[in-house]
Ligand binder design. Structure first.
Ligand SMILES: Cc1cc2nc3c(=O)[nH]c(=O)nc-3n(C[C@H](O)[C@H](O)[C@H](O)COP(=O)(O)O)c2cc1C
Length: 217
């Protein structure tokens, strides 16, 4: 049985405490230990077959963040939060991507490569269907949102603020970050709220009532 790590009230308290922070304190930085935990949490997110068709670009260089800000319509968390992460999905999936993944399984588990042959072919078939069907970008980009969710959740439980963001121009972000095979689909600013200067901080969280959002069958 899994070990219980947190009580119900503490978990819900953390999720109620978090909000999409609009104003960060530029002088407060996330510690190296907390940042390492956040990076590990996002890399532990599940993905279809485990392929992880994305990468996380951790942007701390102030000059790069200044360049990105106008491409995110001037949103201040881009430059003022402690860290900025771009979630970039892979624009295609080729046989060599699958082979690379299978080699990794063999390496980590010490499994002979040949025993993974059927699994490899299943994955290659799925990847080919997605490419031929024109939905590989949809498939890969959707998966990048799972680590985004892990980041928001992890940060909340560590008492760290985070803002998910889709308000930016992906083409400009890709260009500034030098991406060709990947495309940015979402961002997360991470740091500490500047509570007195954030209009959203004192406002109640708005969610639909249970009976509108949860259907029990
Ligand atoms: C995919 C996604 C994109 C979002 N884009 C932005 C954004 O560009 N800028 C912003 O300030 N908030 C953005 N938000 C934050 C939402 O507005 C916010 O999560 C929502 O209103 C619920 O409020 P809460 O997160 O404070 O509980 C985004 C949230 C998600 C999940």
């Amino acid at each position: 049985m899994g070990k219980r790590l947190i009580e119900n009230e503490a978990l819900i308290e953390g999720l109620n405490w978090r909000y999409a922070t609009k104003q960060y304190d530029p002088n407060r930085k996330v510690s190296d230990a907390d940042w390492a935990t956040i990076e590990e949490a996002i890399s532990l997110a599940p993905s279809s077959f485990g392929i992880q068709p994305y990468k996380f670009i951790v942007i701390t260089d102030p000059a790069v963040r200044e360049k990105l800000k106008p491409a995110a319509y001037g949103q201040t968390p881009i430059t003022e939060a402690s860290h900025l992460v771009a979630f970039a999905y892979k624009k295609t999936l080729s046989d060599s991507d699958i082979e690379h993944f299978v080699e990794r399984i063999a390496e980590v588990r010490g499994t002979p490569r040949a025993t993974l042959f059927d699994y490899e072919n299943t994955m290659k078939g799925s990847a080919k269907r997605a490419v031929d069907g024109g939905y590989v970008e949809t498939w890969n980009s959707r998966q990048a949102y799972i680590p985004l969710g892990f980041l928001l959740y992890t940060a909340a439980l560590l008492g760290i603020d985070a803002t998910p963001m889709e308000g930016f121009d992906p083409a400009q972000f890709n260009e500034i970050l030098g991406l060709t095979d990947f495309s940015v689909t979402a961002l997360a600013a991470v740091g500490y709220r500047d509570a007195p200067n954030d209009w959203l901080e004192p406002l109640a969280k708005v969610r639909k009532p249970d009976n509108e959002i949860i259907q029990r069958v």
